[in-house]
Design a protein around this ligand. Structure first.
Ligand code: AMP
Length: 239
């Protein structure tokens, strides 16, 4: 995995011609949903809505939601649907979502998927969702998660195994000390994978059945995967 800062944008001819609309990035923990969402944000100028990031912000700010979510997240379990749906509903009211948005890490249960489907169905002006599932094998995911280090300033993502910073523990761009997410340990990863298999894998099947669904191989360079996602979304929007 190379850092976001050094990744290459997909070519101009890969840029989407119409409004991108709502896009779901699906996949197990560590497949690169966040990294890909950031690539698509640069390309399409629509927001990334990461429920993991929103929840972590709530934890940091000590909000009532953050207080409930903190321990659940530390165990690698899922925060209850009602709380996450309400948080997403609030975010989707922001005006920057009008041309579309990238949902990263949501929906993660069939309950969340049905809630989102109903919400969009009630908004006839909204384009239907397009779902892209990113695939990476288990052992790769384990290395990605346990090796992941993040710069708290530039949000650059490193990996101690495959994409280490030049100076161990410090960001190449701004020298800030890198941090490891508390849930990026092997033990919590295994719990997150269990939650994924039990609760989120059916969401992938739900969108596969509904159509407007594509799968991309996430074990390739960042820019190549991003180009694959752009091509898939363009194709699905035509259909
Ligand atoms: P992520 O940053 O997407 O890996 O999410 C980190 C943690 O936040 C997850 O392990 C869950 O505990 C929680 N979380 C994120 N998104 C959701 C969601 N859509 N539903 C329930 N819990 C979530």
């Amino acid at each position: 995995m190379s850092s976001i800062a050094t990744s290459i944008k997909p070519g101009r001819d890969a840029e989407i011609k119409t409004a991108p609309g709502p896009i779901l990035l699906l996949g197990a923990p560590g497949v690169g949903k966040g990294t890909q969402a950031k690539e698509l944000v640069k390309l399409w100028d629509i927001p990334q809505i990461s429920t993991g990031d929103l929840l972590r912000a709530n934890v940091t700010q000590g909000t009532p939601l953050g207080k409930v979510a903190n321990e659940i997240m530390a165990r690698g379990e899922l925060v209850p649907d009602s709380l996450v749906n309400e948080m997403v509903a609030l975010r989707l009211r922001e005006p920057d979502t009008v041309r579309g948005y990238i949902l990263d890490g949501f929906p993660r249960t069939l309950g969340q998927a049905r809630w989102l489907d109903a919400r969009l169905a009630a908004q006839p002006e909204s384009l239907p969702v397009v779902a892209v599932s990113i695939q990476v094998n288990y052992n790769q995911l384990l290395r990605r998660i346990t090796g992941r280090r993040i710069c708290p300033v530039s949000e650059t993502i490193y990996n101690v195994y495959v994409n280490p910073p030049r100076l161990e523990g410090f960001c190449d761009l701004d020298g800030a000390a890198l941090i490891q997410r508390a849930d990026d340990t092997e033990e919590v990863f295994k719990e997150r994978m269990r939650a994924y298999e039990a609760l989120t894998a059916p969401v992938v099947e739900h969108y596969r059945t509904l159509g407007r669904f594509a799968e991309v191989d996430g074990d390739r360079p960042i820019a190549v995967i991003a180009s694959g996602i752009v091509a898939a979304v363009e194709q699905l929007r035509k259909g």
